[in-house]
Write a protein that binds this ligand. Sequence first.
Ligand code: PLP
Ligand code: SF4
Length: 347
Amino acid sequence: MQNWQSLLKQSITCAEHLPANLGGGDERINKVREIYPMRINPYYLGLIRQKNDPIWNQCVPRMEELQDNVCMEDPLDEENLSPVPNLIHKYPDRVLFLVTSQCAMYCRFCTRKRKVGTGRMVVTSETIAAGIDYLRKNPQIRDVLISGGDPFLLSDSRLEEILKAVREIPSVEIIRIGSRVPCTLPMRVTQRLVRMLKKYHPLYINTHFNHPLEITPQSALACARLADAGIPLSCQTVLLKGVNDDAETMKELMCKLLTIRVRPYYLFQGDMTRGTNHFRTSIDTGKKIMRSLIGHISGLAVPTYAVDAPGGGGKIPLTPDYVQIEGQQLVFTNYLGKTCFYDNAGG
Ligand SMILES: *Cc1c(COP(=O)(O)O)cnc(C)c1O
Ligand code: SF4
């Protein structure tokens, strides 16, 4: 067994095994994890400094998850947008292909909370074969996002079979892998895994960091290995109350991501997923945070703030408004709040 596999085996999955100062023995945790599974591997557990901190909030179940009367099971309408199980075809030229239900840590705010890590998500060699068959029959698909769950929870050989089959389809131009493993279990990114991945270029990885405390020597090493293999790395952060909903934290996170060669890609407004309502902030909070980033830090560190529209409408950018008066003479404010003009009549 590899090191990461034995770490994963030692994960905490119930209240009894959680240290007492972090909520250990709390029966409410067990009530929640019966519905929404808990898995905190020893590496991610080690990032927690205290109860209710931004790391604890991401991984330890809370009763609020069972008391959400606002949000929906499947807000993005993924089940209805799946022509075959575990393949979501929403945009014309790209699909999301779910290849496992397992993750290295079950994020409490997960969009696929309704099924990730549970028997409600069934991935088999048949569903994967059906997905690949669908890609073959739909040559307008040029971009395949392999996700789950977390694809890096599969063995190297199982993941390679999937990558190989997808890469053999001539109409597929790029492959993306969505994985939180560089953040939640970075030791999974072994030299062996990376040697395998680089055979399937052009390959992109979208990872997912939400707080500067998640950037450690281990996660930096995982990202360095992937980047050294020529894999462009980007990040899909989720805006979360009690984790990163303030300007200073977000600024530090975005700048630190660039130092480990990860390019901020999206900052997502929290989806309306049942069991995650307590994590949601207002869009106004998000726009204020974006204002504190744009112009103040390297443009490379600024993600696109977006909401994934309920009902499967797709991702909609939410840009703070800098324009004050539209028309021939455009009046706008710059990042410092200073008024600027632009003569819009020319051209
Ligand atoms: C997010 C998403 C994509 C990819 O969107 P990009 O904006 O290209 O990153 C593709 N399919 C589905 C179903 C998605 O939810
Ligand atoms: S790693 Fe991704 S899929 Fe897995 S629980 Fe977290 S958000 Fe959900």
